[in-house]
Design a protein around this ligand. Sequence first.
Ligand code: AMP
Ligand code: GLY
Length: 436
Amino acid sequence: MKILVIGTGAREHALVRSLAQDPAVTALHAAPGNPGIGQLATLHPLDILDGRAAAALAREVAADLVVIGPEAPLVAGVGDAVREAGIDVFGPSGAAAMLEGSKSFAKEVMEAAGVPTARAFTCTTREHIESALDEFGAPYVVKADGLAAGKGVVVTADRAEALAHGEACVSVPGSAVVIEEYLDGPEVSLFCICDGTTVVPLEPAQDFKRALDGDQGPNTGGMGAYSPLPWADPNLTAQVIASVAEPTIAEMAKRGTPFVGVLYCGLALTSQGMRVVEFNARFGDPETQVVLARLETPLAGVLQAAARGTLAALPPLTWSSDAAVTVVLASAGYPATSRSGDPITGIEDAEVDGAAVLHAGTALVDGTLVSNGGRVLSIVGTGTDLRDARVAAYRALDVIEMTGGQSRSDIAAKASRGATATSAIPVVPNPSVKDA
Ligand code: AMP
Ligand code: GLY
């Protein structure tokens, strides 16, 4: 099978790494990729929002399957353009990707499908925003309706700040804002592989969204993750499939926009029960790095079965009993800004004893590997339990040098000590900021 992966992050490096280990894969291409991905796949330049160019590239490399990593091309309909060219695509149509592309649409689908989520109002005027804020009270949760590269969500105890964000969101004609009830409790990410009708769950993971230790500082695209979740209810996955993923997939099929790809269920385990915080239409970053590190079933066949609508015939997935922890190394200034051009050394020495270094914002300049973005590397450690996996990840991180590099020192720390869960979702005055 010849595969083209679209994207540039550590998530795509993790996908390419797993695909490279699959004996069914005979050729791997990536566009535009990054220097780490380039060690495993042939790289091609591409404007990832240009569906025609993506389809042309897929034809040129005779791809049997195109895997689209990030949300922006999915929402822009790049998957549709490639499918129209007669090539299998892992990733939803533009219409189905609206589950991520519009928070109000996701809420409407959840309501129709009876999926548990925060109560919410979709508002377009200041008056409605104010009445919605007062209906729920603090902490306030205010979400721009459309894709906002992660900058659209404000969770705050400050009503004036909540109102200001709400007004900013509706200032563009035709735009809306979703105001919703605050959800307490730890967050879990569950990726569900879907072929339009059948749902196959991957193992759950937990992401660390805040920049600093102890869940302090601004929100980021994600500073680390781990899997499995030893503290979680063993029935969690079954519960999410039955009450979230399957009803959502059935509702999307009923609407004539079947969902093919990853339905990323972002969940809060609240005192009232499990609730959906958000849907994404793609693999999460950095959770993918730990989930795929534990998947034993060759990946290409799973993605192809989803693309072809044959997931029901797939044998059950097999998982390593190992644990995996990933720690993100970010550049100076992240998440507010990011610094490029800092040389990175030590990667080869770091990749020992079950550690892997996945590239995100890196570039090769005159043969030297340098930082080139906010999140620069994802360092993945595996081990027989979370403690060993943490040790492996942090040992590898220690060996890597990059001026101004920042990382959290407490990824998976509580869970590896056997604590039941991590802290409740924090109330932050900052908007969440994902990667540039
Ligand atoms: P989203 O863009 O919807 O993923 O939201 C980004 C982050 O904001 C989530 O991962 C949560 O940490 C936080 N968040 C979103 N919705 C809520 C909510 N209803 N209650 C509390 N925190 C939330
Ligand atoms: N890890 C959060 C995300 O991928 O959106």
